[in-house]
Write a protein that binds this ligand. Structure first.
Ligand SMILES: [Zn+2]
Length: 74
């Protein structure tokens, strides 16, 4: 019995649920890839609190648009 084979479908399902997105860190200006555990809502208005890998602070990011709440370059 190959445990890797039996675990593969579960892993694939878990990866499908992880929704990767890219945002621009407002503190460092770097493009950062983030992951959220759930599918983002399709309304384009939901912001997710994620810990930034670039500056290690918390950002509110819209995973649909990649916009960061509080970004001041508008
Ligand atoms: Zn950041």
């Amino acid at each position: 019995m190959n445990q890797a084979l039996t675990a593969a479908p579960v892993l694939a399902a878990a990866l499908r649920k992880m929704a990767p997105f890219v945002y621009r860190c407002p503190n460092t200006g770097l493009r950062v890839q983030g992951f959220i555990a759930e599918d983002p809502l399709d309304d384009g208005e939901s912001y997710e609190a994620i810990t930034c890998l670039a500056c290690r602070r918390l950002h509110l990011v819209n995973p649909v648009t990649g916009r960061v709440l509080g970004e001041d370059d508008e």
